[in-house]
Ligand binder design. Structure first.
Ligand SMILES: [Cu+2]
Length: 211
């Protein structure tokens, strides 16, 4: 599969270049073809092909291009989790058991509370944790699967409104804490790993109790 470079930003000392492109997959080996690239003195490259392995996506903000015509306009965007407007009232944590299961499949938290949920990927595979409205678990999971590799940069998280909060796609041994507010009404939210093939067993319930 070919991925076109959407933007290239040269460092101030002209020794490094930051390439912006979509759709890379973790663990894949890529060849970079740079025919036609010239130095400032108009000399062609000595080698026009390079190879690299996409070992991991760095944590944190991803680059987003504002305009295709202006390659230098780059801004950062957060991972989609709303910033908390107050300190968490409830701290939860969950890890992973063998056989693709979360170590905890049910939480109970008061309505209208700010929850800090730490997801520790203590497993040897890639996983995420997506908090959703409970009746939308399957819909969000299907939507994530349909993203496919071309949308890998979305970490298998759909943009459906039913998504309340989510971690990134975490490498083995990595943990991430997400903060979200529970609804004011009692009821049920859910959490699920939307990495393709995991949702059948990697899911749980968050009971929203009267405050
Ligand atoms: Cu998973």
């Amino acid at each position: 599969m070919e991925h076109r470079v959407k933007a290239a930003v040269i460092s101030e000392d002209s020794l490094e270049i930051c390439l912006v492109l979509d759709g890379l997959g973790e663990g894949y080996i890529y060849s970079i073809r740079a025919e036609g690239v010239l130095s400032m003195d108009q000399n062609p490259l000595l080698h026009t092909t390079a190879f690299c392995t996409m070992n991991r996506f760095p944590a944190g903000a991803s680059l987003q291009i504002e305009s295709k015509s202006d390659a230098a306009t780059i801004s950062s965007e957060d991972t989609g989790t709303e910033p908390p407007d107050r300190e968490p009232d409830v701290h939860l944590s969950v890890g992973i058991l063998p056989n693709l299961q979360f170590s905890q499949t049910e939480f109970a938290v008061p309505s209208g509370s700010m929850v800090a949920l730490k997801f520790n990927n203590d497993n040897d595979m890639l996983h995420n944790l997506v908090v959703v409205h409970s009746d939308a678990t399957d819909e969000v999971t299907m939507a994530a699967m349909q993203l496919g590799l071309s949308e890998h940069d979305m970490q298998y998280v759909s943009t459906l409104d039913a998504v309340i909060a989510h971690t990134g796609l975490l490498e083995p041994g990595v943990s991430e804490t997400i903060i979200f507010r529970t609804p004011d009404e009692t009821g049920e939210d859910a959490f699920v790993c939307t990495f393709p093939g995991h949702a059948a067993t990697m899911r749980g319930i968050i009971q929203i109790l009267a405050n």
